[in-house]
Ligand binder design. Structure first.
Ligand code: BJW
Ligand code: ZN
Length: 259
């Protein structure tokens, strides 16, 4: 990555008043959380994430899907925020108005210090009943490692005995309307949107950078790969988030602590 490009991007960031940071799985990759479209690891490699993240998969084999999510929750619990998450929180703290919108179901932005990031696709830490939608308690620390493609029967709801499901948004399900509305509002009012580590393939989330562009904001993209969002990005910073974002923060504000 050229130093000049980072310097110019840093200057844009330092001048922006309203900033949205829009993140996807790539921001957590360097924390050891596999991206959604990476091959699954271990015995899970024979499963297809796009198929498991559906209401049909849960209906057909709830223990398979619940076991997969328990494994992922365990992976996230062991992971730590990386310098990319920390830089996102620093941007939020430095700019006059900063909003983090994430597609991720992990809690690494919160643990890095971001205040109330908007979760478009729910959370691994908010299970609910699949029948009556009541929130359900998180199961105790996994007594047994749920990796290796192991089935694990989901708990039953305390109110109606329905099956507890992960509090995430599966394909074909509506996004939480308050989160989506807040994200669209922030994107339409910002002057800079930084999109980080997302393939830009999954809708309606992928519209968020497009909304910002349509309303006249500058769009900056951080991703080692090309994506469909290249089409709306004014600036492309090609590289891993844990390297590029700290360099961007440094270029914008130097090493100083937020006032
Ligand atoms: C790095 C890096 C590093 C690597 N640093 N970067 C319009 C057109 C076509 C289809 C549709 C459409 N509108 C809706 C649809 C259907 C569907 C959809 O989008 N399908 C497409 C796949 C074609 N959308 C839906 O079904 C949505 N619902 C819906 O539309 O409902 C309609 C409705 C309305 C009213 C009533 C009822 C229904 C729901 C979508 C839900 C998505 N859910 C998931 C799973 C969440 C739970 C879980 O995690 O298990 O969300 S799918 C998955 O994809 C997950 C992610 O949040 C999401 C986005 O993925 P992301 O974050 O971009 O990750 P990757 O892996 O794709 O990319 C990683 C990127 O990081 C890559 O670019 C790497 O290069 C990069 N990277 N290392 C920086 N170190
Ligand atoms: Zn219930």
């Amino acid at each position: 990555m050229e130093q000049r490009v980072v310097r110019e991007a840093g200057a844009m960031l330092a001048q922006a008043r309203r900033v949205v940071v829009f993140t996807g799985a790539g921001v957590s990759a360097e924390s050891g959380v596999p991206t959604f479209r990476d091959a699954l690891t271990g015995l899970w490699r024979s499963f297809d994430a796009q198929r498991l993240a559906t209401p049909e998969a849960f209906r057909d084999d709830p223990a398979l899907v619940w076991g997969w999510y328990e494994w992922r929750r365990d992976t996230v619990r062991r992971a730590r925020p990386n310098p990319g998450h920390v830089a996102v929180a620093a941007i939020e703290a430095r700019v006059p108005s900063g909003v983090v919108v994430t597609q991720n179901v992990d809690d690494l932005h919160e643990r890095a210090g971001s205040v109330a990031p908007i979760h478009l696709h729910g959370s691994l830490f908010a299970p609910r009943c699949s029948a009556c939608a009541q929130p359900a308690p998180l199961p105790d620390e996994a007594a047994e490692e749920p990796g290796d493609g192991r089935r694990l029967a989901p708990p039953r709801c305390a109110h109606c005995a329905g099956l507890v499901r992960p509090g995430v948004v599966w394909f074909g399900e509506a996004l939480p309307s308050a989160a989506l509305e807040a994200a669209v509002e922030a994107a339409s009012a910002c002057d800079l949107l930084v999109t980080v580590g997302t393939s830009g393939l999954v809708y309606p989330a992928a519209e968020i950078p497009q909304v910002a562009a349509r309303f006249g904001a500058t769009v900056m993209q951080v991703n080692p790969q090309e994506t469909p969002l290249d089409a709306v990005a004014d600036v492309n910073l090609r590289g891993p988030a844990a390297e590029v974002l700290p360099a961007l923060v440094q270029a914008a504000w130097g090493g100083a602590d937020p006032a």
